[in-house]
Unconditional design. Structure first.
Length: 443
């Protein structure tokens, strides 16, 4: 097993070919958007989530099947959703595709977890494995434990995520939603098949996870101890971490003296990192660069908190950031019966309600913007008028001057979601798939 991730000449050649700008670009006035509902084509279930989009508009996520289970999807022609299947069990999920339409996967197997864990929170208590889909689904190695989860893939084929080890830890946090028994660590798989690289936690920490990776192999996530860092799919620890060449770097906190929860959620190809940090008991999105350190992106209007998107796409190479703004709960707790939230776009120092920028398309209230590509296309999920959760894509149209909302797209919001929709959000809201209830420090 190797733990050093060197930046190779092929990687540098790839970056050169992509013509990525050398600094964060100032954006013009905010674009207007046309919204496309990806909710029901293909898999025909009631609920779906879009977690990522590549540079040519292909979307990855998960969609509900008629039997109630969820399968990973890749979007196809006409916004159809191609069912990617599973690793033998009933459920799977995918992050965003890379430029070659390969996706990072988490999937149930058909083997019961011998320790009773529900590592990927599908509710099955089956062993869950990380995988890669590139025409077929292939499981990835673990660090000796039963479970693993793959969360993000770069254009070199490196996959970031986390894997259990064989070490039992009686101090592991055991929230009601998941029982964690084994320690786990951040890993990067590849670029060669069969490779797994351990990303060590910060000194003094015992567990960690990686949520995003860029084309240079820089990975981001969080680390802590098993007592204060719930496992996937609720990964949130006390230390936001950037790994460069396999070496962890503590990115700090927005709160003087530190806050109990900090996580680096996404990174672009310029090394700009987004994440979340608690400020006076509320979740705030941060932007970190090596030149400026960690900066608070603030709040949207009178909203009480926010979360960023994740992976290589929560922030694009133009410095635009997307996420979720929590209107009435500083911890973004979707178990709150009156939970209300809205998708945001941040650029040029301003956080904006993405719904206010939509001028046409289908009638979805946009809840969470998960990814944005360099063309400004955004994907995430929103709510229908009947309370279903549907994946969406939003295509920018650059107009001059104000553009009225189209009359046929009557969207009323914010929407108070029914119990089933809030339960789904708690399971699958991505902070790299962080369940918002566990943004509170473990007690």
């Amino acid at each position: 097993m190797r733990s050093t991730l060197l930046i190779s000449m092929p990687a540098l050649s790839l970056l050169s070919a992509l013509a990525i700008p050398g600094h964060l670009q100032a954006q013009p006035e905010p674009p207007r958007y046309i919204v496309h509902d990806l909710g029901k084509p293909g898999l025909r279930g009631d609920n779906s989530f879009a977690f990522g989009i590549n540079g040519v508009g292909r979307v990855g996520g998960q969609a509900q099947r008629p039997d109630g289970n969820f399968h990973a999807f890749l979007s196809g022609v006409g916004n159809t959703l191609i069912d990617l299947g599973t690793l033998g069990g009933p459920n799977s999920a995918a992050g965003g595709p890379n430029i070659f339409n390969a996706l990072a996967i988490q999937s149930d197997t058909n083997v019961p977890d011998p320790l009773g864990e529900d590592f990927c929170a599908f509710g099955t208590h089956l062993i869950c494995r990380g995988g890669i889909w590139d025409g077929a689904m292939t499981p990835l190695a673990t660090l000796g434990g039963n479970n693993a989860a793959a969360l993000d893939i770069n254009n070199r084929g490196q996959v970031a995520g986390l894997s259990e080890t064989a070490s039992h830890d009686p101090t592991c946090a055991t929230p009601a939603q998941a029982l964690q028994v084994l320690r786990y660590n951040a890993v990067v798989w590849g670029p060669a098949r069969g490779e797994i690289h351990l990303l060590p936690p910060l000194a003094g920490d015992t567990v960690g996870f990686a949520l995003g990776i860029n084309d240079l192999g820089q990975a981001v996530g969080s680390s802590g101890t098993c007592a204060n860092t719930p496992g996937f799919p609720f990964p949130i620890g006390p230390h936001a971490v950037l790994w460069e060449n396999g070496v962890p770097r503590d990115l700090g906190s927005l709160s003087p003296g530190g806050s109990p929860l900090n996580v680096a959620a996404g990174i672009n190809n310029l090394g700009a990192v987004i994440g979340g940090s608690q400020v006076s008991g509320a979740n705030h999105t941060f932007l970190w660069t090596s030149a400026t350190g960690m900066k608070d992106l603030g709040l949207l209007g009178t909203d009480l908190g926010n979360l960023p998107g994740s992976g290589m796409g929560g922030i694009n190479n133009n410095g635009q950031v997307v996420g979720l703004s929590c209107m009435n709960d500083p911890l973004c707790d979707s178990t709150n019966p009156s939970f209300m939230a809205r998708a945001y776009l941040w650029q040029n120092g301003k956080m904006m309600d993405l719904n206010s920028l939509v001028v046409g398309g289908e009638p979805l209230y946009l809840i969470f913007a998960c990814h944005i590509n360099d063309a400004g296309e955004i994907v995430g999920f929103g709510a229908t008028s009947t309370g279903e959760i549907h994946a969406f894509s939003a295509t920018p149209i650059h107009t001059v001057g104000p553009s009225p909302h189209s009359a046929e797209r009557e969207v009323t919001g914010p929407i108070t979601l029914p119990d089933e929709a809030r339960r789904l959000l708690q399971q699958r809201m991505p902070f790299g798939r962080v369940a918002p209830k566990l943004m509170e420090p473990p007690r």
